[in-house]
Write a protein that binds this ligand. Sequence first.
Ligand code: GLN
Length: 333
Amino acid sequence: MPTPEISRRINDRIEELYERHLREGDDAVSYYESGRGYYGPELAAEERNRFAICLVSTDGEAYCVGDHETPFALQSISKVFAYGLALADHGRDHVLKHVGVEPSGEAFNSIVFDERNNRPYNPMLNAGALVASYLVRGADPVEKVERLLEILRGYAGNESLQVDYDTFEAEMSAADHNRATTYLMRSQGMVSGDVEEILAMYLKQCSVQVTCRDLAVMAATLANGCVNPITGERELPRRHVRDLLSVMHTCGMYDAAGQWVFDVGVPAKSGVSGGILAVIPGKMGIGVFSPGLDSHGNSVRGVRVCEEISERLGLHMFATEAEDAMIGAAPPG
Ligand code: GLN
């Protein structure tokens, strides 16, 4: 547990980071709205400037600034948890037969497959995520969604997480690209059964509402070996934790995954609603939310904030020194 003095210093640093990035704006190239897709900066300034940063340590201390109680849709961040559930349900060998672990270098919604192995490249792309959701066990679609919701609630330590049905309906009404992807995969034997059912499962998981604080607790659970630091509950068998973090590390940030590893160097996942969940194994989870997106679909402020935190705390997995530790004292070495 940090002393009150250290907690105060961390709070001050995050406040400063937040104020500065809020003031600087984000020169976003687009915003995303469910059912409407991507559009330019005509979104009301108030919404454009929604911004929150939360850090949760692996011993459950939370530091939050900005709109951290404002909910938003998980979108692609849900892919991490559906993949985890598929691994827990079937084991890694079975899941690997259905979805690979190779970055594709393509946009998240591109319709490309690992043809040699007749499977999507990885579970962080839409195609692979659709397969992971399809693999989640359940007697019927209702049970499958319920199981996924339960696991999301467990990671967040928040029993009130729900699918937002307005978001879901809007996503469903504009899902032809994902629908086409799923039909194509069915024609090639990558999935079977009812395409609409697979699509609905995937889009429901995308439509689960979380706050930035929830996101940071989910990240802290991943950082803590998938034991939620607040509830003490295990959310994924230990043997799958590194599978999940490895895929996030190489594939989590769309087609900017390489740049992200280069600049930030920690496993992470972004979503088009503007959330980024970043995991510092053994230390803490970071949640950032700001809806302005760059050309890859990643939150502009989210990326910048994570870059800065990583730099200042020396969090990059290959870092050998910290420029300026956030809590004041530089780590040894
Ligand atoms: N739900 C949207 C889709 O599947 C966006 C997912 C994402 O965050 N990239 O296209």
